[in-house]
Design a protein around this ligand. Structure first.
Ligand code: SF4
Length: 381
């Protein structure tokens, strides 16, 4: 069996159970100051024939895995035992695990890679979507990343055509709704451009997921970043607002700005206060706020507006009102996987383990913790 197909490097956290289909390679913009994902990589299109050949290979693998299941007397059900039996050939294991793992999770969603699939010609992307849906009728949801400028350039009628061909949701890295911040990080789009793109996606009947990056304005633009981002989102009312707190990877322009002192990264507590202001400013919308990225300190910042806003703000206040030492313990516990939510602070075992680690690392206060956190955060980028 021939089973090689391309995969890109990333997907949104919410697409962990999705089949990953690479439609273009890398990012056609590749200039955002905070982003290291495609640095040094050249953008290129893939032909529809190449993409469809990948889908056909995935289908071939799915069929062969199910055949193994039938031979094992499991009537086509995919279990871990079936996957082990199907992946005997070491040369094919990666691809078989990718497709069989998707079958195991329930093959209901697919994600189109890489950074901006909508740069493809609309009729070609529609062709790919239709072929994907035909090969895998179990798919209920197809999503992709796209840049706001590309989306706005497509326009509502092309977006509607994509919706009809089977595109259900677009993830846009808004990052900020402040023109000052967007310019600082070379996002290549304005706040008005974000609002236009978001409006077009919604007018086409496609679900819209907007990523906001707490901390991206640095200390200097923290307030304007929170307030103006909320105002853009108030104008758009996206289905999802997803938080992904700032990280500053080495090799990015933002890293150099940070090292030179041009950019001052807010502390974790300052970022939490910034998120509070952001949530406070969200008004008149019905979005679901999602905090599903490991870089976020508080998982509790989750819920549907407007009903859950008081609870979200109360969770943030609960953290900000903790005694300073408890905040340090929580931050370290969260970053080292001992804690997930604030209630975990009452877990005596996890707390004792975290406090022991604090002693071993020489963490005494916020400043020593921030120094250690910088090193730890790099592991999750
Ligand atoms: S558009 Fe997205 S993938 Fe491209 S450089 Fe910016 S953040 Fe990175």
């Amino acid at each position: 069996m021939r089973c090689t197909f391309e995969s890109g490097p990333i997907r949104p956290p919410s697409e962990a159970k999705s089949l990953l289909l690479r439609c273009t390679r890398n990012c056609p913009w590749n200039k955002c100051a905070f982003c290291h994902t495609y640095k040094g990589e050249k953008f290129s299109f893939r032909t529809t024939d190449e993409i469809k050949a990948d889908i056909a290979r995935m289908k071939e693998i799915a069929d062969s895995v199910r055949e193994v299941s039938w031979r094992m007397g499991l009537a086509g059900a995919v279990t871990r035992e079936v996957i082990s039996a199907a992946a005997r050939n070491p040369g094919e294991r990666g691809e078989i695990f990718a497709v069989a793992g998707w079958l195991l999770e329930g093959p209901r969603s697919a994600f189109l890679q890489d950074a901006d699939s909508l740069v493809m010609k609309t009729d070609e992307l529609c062709d790919v979507l239709r072929f994907l849906r035909a090969q895998f009728p179990s798919i209920e949801r197809v999503t992709t990343y796209a840049r706001a400028r590309t989306v706005a350039h497509k326009g509502v009628s092309d977006l509607k055509a994509l919706r009809e061909a089977g595109l259900d949701r677009i993830h846009i890295g808004m990052e900020s709704g402040s023109d000052e911040v967007l310019k600082l990080v070379k996002k290549g789009v304005t706040a008005a451009g974000h609002a236009e793109a978001g409006g077009a996606v919604k007018a086409a009947g496609i679900e819209l997921s907007e990523y906001w990056m707490p901390g991206l304005g640095g200390r200097a633009l923290s307030k304007v970043h929170a307030v103006e981002s909320a105002h853009v989102l108030n104008a758009v009312d996206p289905h999802f607002i997803r938080l992904r707190s700032i990280a500053i990877p080495p090799g990015t322009p933002l890293f150099d700005m940070w090292r030179s002192g041009e950019f001052i990264k807010p502390s974790d507590d300052e970022i939490v206060a910034e998120i509070r202001l952001f949530v406070e400013e969200l008004d008149g919308i019905h979005s679901r706020i999602v905090s599903d990225h490991i870089l976020n300190l508080l998982e509790e910042v989750e819920g549907v507006l407007p009903d859950d806003k008081p609870r979200i703000l109360a969770s943030i206040d609960r953290y900000l009102d903790l005694p300073p030492r408890d905040r340090v313990v929580f931050k370290l516990g969260r970053r080292t996987g001992r804690f997930r939510v604030l209630d975990d602070l009452t877990d005596a075992g996890a707390r004792a383990g975290t406090e022991q680690l604090m002693d071993e690392m020489g963490v005494k206060d916020d400043q020593t913790l921030e120094e250690q956190m910088t090193t730890l955060m790099m592991r999750f980028i």
